[in-house]
Design a protein around this ligand. Structure first.
Ligand SMILES: NC(=O)c1ccc[n+]([C@@H]2O[C@H](COP(=O)([O-])OP(=O)(O)OC[C@H]3O[C@@H](n4cnc5c(N)ncnc54)[C@H](OP(=O)(O)O)[C@@H]3O)[C@@H](O)[C@H]2O)c1
Length: 286
């Protein structure tokens, strides 16, 4: 298993965690997957030592019948000591499938939806997620929405706050309001350009949680050098992609998503792969 990181300074978690978005569907709001397999994947993840699960109330199958938060509660409640569940609020969905951004006034009910569906009094980490996977909405203020979440944190409804899909200006704006424990942005071996935010996180001990760590099913990570390093370790390309992320910075936490037991085993084992200087040089050149 991977080494520990202290999320928010006080929650020790394994750096190799789990992303729950792929449990209800292997896309986003796509065809439902088998919920019993989803629950089995969650139970096995915890057996393997995973104690950081990333979720959202809006991670559901397209028909709404399978929902990540419900699977987590059904599979793992009462939650084992030390399990950290991170969720996110921000997007709102219209009945016709459209996506919009929430306002500060909407956030309390969105947080409460997570409390109810996960069965927790106080989530360990709640991200304010803005923008979309195409990147941060530069120039958009997060102040009103982050202040609304900070007020809920002060009331004891949230333990730690995070930000997702943000640039360095958003991070600085939020940090002037309340501490930021984690940033979750689009980053992986084939998309390494978020260096300013990563450096800011590194400087302040803020967790940097790359989403789409395996390319999210839309980016192919299997270049020649990636394959060479994988062969050297007797590992798979996804495993090396995860090991590279963990080696990229001590503040990086990996949350690979899968609805497959065999992929879960494979991904979790990547937490034990130690890349050499030669590997890292090869992967830098990839
Ligand atoms: N903040 C945001 O805006 C945002 C956006 C996207 C995702 N997220 C979070 O980030 C987490 C990770 O991202 P993600 O799940 O979208 O993408 P990902 O982890 O990069 O890739 C998941 C995809 O890769 C497949 N896969 C997983 N392990 C594999 C393996 N060992 N070999 C081959 N294929 C494998 C999965 O299919 P199988 O299920 O069949 O294994 C799935 O299609 C999500 O679960 C979610 O919690 C956040």
């Amino acid at each position: 298993m991977s080494e520990h990181f202290h999320l928010g300074g006080d929650l020790p978690i394994n750096r190799l965690g789990f992303g729950a978005m792929r449990l209800p569907t292997n896309s986003f709001h796509g065809p439902a997957r088998d919920p019993e397999t989803g629950r089995a994947v969650l139970r096995r993840a915890v057996e393997l030592g995973v104690n950081h699960i990333d979720t959202a109330a809006f991670y559901t199958s397209g028909d709404g019948t399978v929902r990540a938060n419900s699977l987590i509660r059904e599979a793992l409640y009462p939650y084992p000591a030390g399990l950290v569940i991170a969720t996110k609020v921000g997007p709102v969905f219209t009945p016709d499938g459209g996506v919009g951004a929430s306002h500060a006034a909407d956030l309390r009910s969105l947080v409460e939806e997570n409390l109810d569906t996960l069965g927790v009094d106080r989530p360990d980490l709640v991200y304010l997620r803005i923008g979309g996977v195409e990147g941060p909405p530069h120039g958009e203020s997060v102040a009103a929405r982050f202040a609304a979440l900070a007020a809920m944190r002060d009331e004891g409804l949230i333990r730690h706050l995070g930000l997702s899909n943000v640039d360095a200006d958003h991070l600085a704006e939020a940090r002037a309001i309340a501490p930021v424990a984690a940033v979750q942005n689009h980053f992986h071996a084939a998309k390494r350009d978020d260096t300013e935010v990563l450096a800011a996180c590194e400087e302040s001990g803020i967790a940097y949680v790359p989403y789409f760590p395996l390319g999210g099913g839309i980016s192919d990570l299997s270049g020649e050098r990636m394959s060479k390093v994988a062969a050297r370790h007797g590992a798979t390309v996804p495993q090396i992609a995860l090991a590279w992320l963990l080696a990229r910075s001590p503040v990086v936490l990996a949350i690979p998503g899968t609805g497959s037991l065999s992929h879960l085993d494979e991904n979790t084992a990547a937490g034990s792969i130690v890349l050499t200087d030669e590997d890292l040089a090869d992967l830098t050149a990839e």
